[in-house]
Design a protein around this ligand. Structure first.
Ligand code: COA
Ligand code: AMP
Length: 631
C-alpha cells in the first residue's frame, strides 16, 4: 500500500509529475504540451495542447483491449420489472449508432445536446454518444419542472434535445413530453430537433418537423467513430443551484476530467477493471455523471443503472438484492437513502436475506453524514462506511478516506482528509488561516486539481465573482467547517443559500423568487430546517400584502403548488408559515440564519443589529405551531 501523506505532498509539490503519471493510463490522440497551465485564465487549466476523446477511453479502449464481452452496464429497474446487461461490445455499438443519429441532426464537436431523461440506459448512451462526437451534453434531472428546463435550454442553447416519453416514480408515471413541450414553448432558444425514447408506460405524441423517435433514428443511423477534441474543450455542462433562481452552468473539460475520475476509481474507491461498482443516484446529478457513467466505465468496471428507490421498490431490501444479485463491490449513495432504509427496517431484517460477501465498502456523499446513520450502516453491513465530501463544481471527492491508497481511521462525522491535488485551507472572514479545531470558510488554494470547473458556461465573470473573488488565489467552496489536529476535515454547513434536501442541492433563493411572484405575498424567506429523513427541508415564511384577507391554508397550498410547478417536485416544498413580519437587521437583511437556529431548537444570539427582537418571538410561535422550534 502506498502512503497517503507522501502522495498528497507530491501532488501539491509536483503536480506535473503526479497528474502526468495519472494521465498516462489513458489513450491520447495527441499528448499534452503542458500538464498544468498555471497562466490560463480565469483559472489554471490541465493538459493544454493534448487531444483526447472521453467516450473512446470509457468504451472503445476496453473493446480494443479485448474486454468487449465483459458487462459494462447493467440496467436494473424494479419499477418496470426489467433487467438488461450491455457488454462493452454492445455499449460501443449502441453509442456509435446513437452518435450517428445525432450527427445526422447536425451535431458536431462543440455543439450542445440537452438530455432530459429518466434512469434508463438510453440516458447513458446519449451522454456517451455526445462525448463521442466531441459535443457537449447537459443533463437535466427529471424531477425539475418545465420552467427550470427552459432556463437551461436558454443558457446551453442545445442543437438537439434527447428525452423520453416518461419517467417512473413509485407512486406515478411522470410524463416528460408535456414538460419538454412547455419548456421549449417558454424558451427563447429552440432546438432544431428532439429525439424521444418511447417507453410503453406512456405515449409521447411527436411534433411534426421537430420530434423524432429514438428507435427510428437509430435504425437508420450510420455508426460513428470518436472525434478527439482539445483536452480543455468541454465535455459537459451541469447546472447546479446557486444563490439565485439562475442556476450555475458548471463546465467540465474532457482531459482533466477523464484523468482525475479514472484516478479515483483505484485510489479512492479501490476498484479495478472487471469489478462491479454501483452509484445509487441519478444521471441528472454530478454523482451520476462521475460515478454511474464516466468513472466506472473509464476504469473498465461494470456499472449499475438502477431505476428504483431504496425503499418501496418493493421493500427496504431493494439495495441488498441489487448488491447480491450483481456482485456489487462498492456502493455509493447519499446518507438519506440509508435513513430511509433504517426507518422502515430498523433491525436490518431484510439485510439478513441476502449474501453481501461481494461488497467491500459503502461510500456516502451529497450531504453531511450524521454519525447515527454511519453507525447504523456500519453495524448492519459490517463493512467500512466512508463519508466523502465533494460538490458539483469539483466532480470528485475533495476529502475522503482513500481506501486504495491507505485506509485511514474513520472518525464519524468527518469525511477524513484532503485528497491529492486539493490544498484545503480554513480561512477567517478576514482571510487569516484558522487554528486547528476552529470553524471558518473552507477554501482550496489554486490551482484546483484536474476535473474541477474551469469556469461557468458562457459566464467567466460569474465564475470569478462566485468562487474566486472573496479570497484572492483561493476557490471558495461555500462550505464552512474546520480541520482537527490530525488533519481531518469537518464540513459543518453551507455559508450561502444552498440547502440539501434528500441529497439534492437546491437554492432557497430560487424558491423565494417563486413565492415572491404570488400576487398576495409581500415578503418571504425560505430556510432549510433539519429533517430526520431528508437531512433538510425547505420551509417558507411569508408576509401577506396589506389588505389580503384570505385563509392562510389556501395561500399556503397555492404556494406549494407554485414551487412544484415552477421548480419541480424535487424541491419537496411543503411547509409554509404565514407571519406578520420577518426579522431583519437595521440595514434590511433578513435574518435567515437566526430563524434556522430557532426552527432547529438550537441556541442562538440575538444579533446586535436586529431591527426589532420581538419579531423573533413571533417567528418562534409560528414555527412551534408547525411542529418546529422545540427544545
Ligand atoms: N422525476 C420526477 N420526479 C421525481 C424524480 C424524477 N427523477 N425524482 C424525485 N422525484 C419526485 C418524487 O417522486 C417526490 O415527489 P412527491 O412529492 O410527489 O412524492 C419528490 O420529487 C421528492 O423526491 P425525493 O426528495 O427523492 O423524495 P422521495 O420521498 O421520493 O424519496 C428518498 C426519498 C430518500 C428515498 C430518495 O430521495 C433517495 O433515494 N435519495 C438518495 C439517493 C439520491 O438520489 N441522491 C442524490 C445525490 S447522491
Ligand atoms: P452537490 O453539488 O449537489 O454535490 O452538493 C455539494 C454540497 O453538498 C457541498 O458543498 C456540501 O455542502 C454538501 N456535501 C456533499 N457531501 C458532503 C459531505 N460528505 N459532508 C458534508 N457536506 C457534504
Amino acid at each position: 500500500m502506498a502512503n497517503y501523506e507522501a502522495l498528497y505532498r507530491e501532488s501539491l509539490n509536483d503536480p506535473d509529475k503526479f497528474w502526468g503519471e495519472a494521465a498516462a493510463a489513458l489513450h491520447w490522440e495527441k499528448p499534452w504540451d503542458k500538464v498544468l497551465d498555471s497562466d490560463a485564465r480565469p483559472a489554471p487549466r490541465w493538459f493544454t495542447g493534448g487531444r483526447i476523446n472521453t467516450c473512446y477511453n470509457a468504451v472503445d479502449r476496453h473493446v480494443a483491449a479485448g474486454r468487449g464481452a465483459q458487462a459494462a452496464l447493467i440496467y436494473d429497474s424494479p419499477v418496470t420489472g426489467q433487467q438488461r446487461t450491455y457488454t462493452y461490445d454492445d455499449l460501443k455499438n449502441e453509442v456509435a449508432a446513437f452518435a450517428g443519429a445525432l450527427r445526422a441532426q447536425g451535431v458536431n464537436a462543440g455543439d450542445r445536446v440537452l438530455i432530459y431523461m429518466p434512469m434508463i440506459p438510453e440516458a447513458a448512451i446519449a451522454m456517451l454518444a455526445t462525448a463521442r462526437l466531441g459535443a457537449v451534453h447537459s443533463v437535466v434531472f427529471g424531477g425539475f419542472a418545465a420552467n427550470e428546463l427552459a432556463t437551461r435550454i436558454n443558457d446551453a442553447k442545445p442543437k438537439v434535445i434527447v428525452s423520453a416519453s416518461c419517467g417512473i416514480e413509485p407512486n406515478r408515471v411522470v410524463v416528460y413530453k408535456p414538460l419538454l413541450d412547455a419548456a421549449i414553448d417558454q424558451s427563447v432558444h429552440k432546438p432544431s430537433a428532439c429525439i424521444i425514447k418511447a417507453r410503453p408506460q406512456a405515449e409521447a405524441p411527436l411534433v411534426a418537423g421537430r420530434d423524432l423517435d429514438w428507435d427510428a433514428v437509430v435504425a437508420e443511423a450510420q455508426p460513428t467513430e470518436c472525434v478527439a477534441v482539445e483536452a480543455t474543450d468541454p465535455l459537459y455542462i451541469l447546472y447546479t443551484s446557486g444563490t439565485t433562481g439562475q442556476p450555475k452552468g458548471v463546465v467540465r473539460d474532457n482531459g482533466g476530467h477523464a484523468v482525475a475520475i479514472h484516478w479515483t476509481m483505484k485510489n479512492v474507491y479501490n476498484v479495478k477493471a472487471g469489478d462491479v461498482y454501483w452509484a445509487a443516484s441519478d444521471v441528472g446529478w454530478v454523482v451520476g455523471h462521475s460515478y454511474i457513467v464516466y468513472g466506472p466505465l473509464l476504469a473498465g468496471c461494470t456499472t449499475i443503472m438502477y431505476e428504483g428507490k431504496p425503499v418501496g421498490t418493493p421493500d427496504p431490501g431493494a439495495f441488498w438484492r441489487v448488491i447480491s444479485e450483481h456482485g456489487v463491490k462498492v456502493l455509493f449513495t447519499a446518507p438519506t437513502a440509508f435513513r430511509a432504509i433504517k426507518k422502515e427496517d430498523p433491525n436490518g431484517d431484510h439485510l439478513k436475506k441476502y449474501d453481501l460477501s461481494c461488497m467491500d465498502a459503502l461510500f456516502l456523499a451529497g450531504e453531511r453524514c450524521d454519525p447515527d446513520t454511519l453507525f447504523w450502516a456500519r453495524d448492519k453491513l459490517q463493512k467500512p462506511v466512508v463519508d466523502h465530501w465533494w460538490q458539483t463544481e469539483t466532480g470528485w471527492a475533495i476529502a475522503s478516506n482513500p481506501l486504495g491508497i491507505e485506509p485511514m481511521e474513520i472518525k464519524p462525522g468527518s469525511p477524513t482528509v484532503a485528497m491529492p491535488g486539493y490544498d484545503v485551507r480554513i480561512l477567517s472572514e478576514e482571510g487569516d488561516e484558522m487554528p486547528d479545531g476552529e470553524m471558518g470558510n473552507i477554501v482550496i488554494k489554486l490551482p484546483m486539481p484536474p476535473s474541477c470547473l474551469p469556469t461557468l458556461w458562457g459566464n467567466d465573470q460569474r465564475f470569478i465573482d462566485s468562487y474566486l473573488s472573496k479570497y484572492k488565489g483561493y476557490y471558495l467552496t461555500g462550505d464552512a467547517g474546520y480541520r482537527d489536529a490530525d488533519g481531518y476535515l469537518w464540513i459543518m454547513s453551507r455559508t450561502d443559500d444552498v440547502i440539501n434536501v434528500a441529497g439534492h442541492r437546491l437554492s432557497t433563493g430560487a424558491m423565494e423568487e417563486v413565492l415572491a411572484g404570488h400576487p398576495d405575498v409581500a415578503e418571504c424567506a425560505v430556510i432549510g430546517v433539519a429533517d430526520a429523513l431528508k437531512g433538510q427541508m425547505p420551509l417558507g415564511l411569508i408576509v401577506l400584502k396589506a389588505g389580503v384577507n384570505r385563509d392562510d391554508k389556501d395561500v399556503a397550498s397555492e404556494l406549494v403548488k407554485r414551487v412544484r410547478d415552477q421548480i419541480g417536485p424535487v424541491a419537496a416544498f411543503k411547509l409554509v408559515g404565514v407571519v406578520k413580519r420577518l426579522p431583519k437587521t437595521r440595514s434590511g437583511k433578513i435574518l435567515r440564519g437566526t430563524m434556522v437556529k430557532i426552527a432547529d431548537g438550537e441556541s442562538y444570539k440575538v444579533p446586535a443589529t436586529i431591527d426589532d427582537p420581538v419579531i423573533l418571538d413571533e417567528i418562534r410561535g409560528t414555527l412551534q405551531a408547525m411542529g418546529y422550534a422545540r427544545g
